[in-house]
Design a protein around this ligand. Structure first.
Ligand code: FES
Length: 61
């Protein structure tokens, strides 16, 4: 089993490094590889993924 590394980016997304399966609200599944950025700020228009909106909102966290 592959190890997955998770990093909290300062004032940004949660970075998941490794292959992972993401089940979304509608039940669809994405297979993500390498680095996947998940929104922590709540402002993304592409949840659960980060789309860079945290920069516009000056997210702190
Ligand atoms: S953390 Fe990047 S858009 Fe929310």
């Amino acid at each position: 089993m592959e190890n997955i590394k998770i990093t909290v980016a300062e004032n940004g997304p949660l970075l998941v490094n490794g292959t992972c399966e993401v089940t979304k609200i509608d039940g669809s599944i994405d297979i993500k590889e390498k680095v996947t950025a998940f929104c922590r700020c709540g402002a993304s228009n592409n949840k659960p993924y980060c789309d860079g909106e945290h920069k516009k909102n000056n997210f702190v966290g």
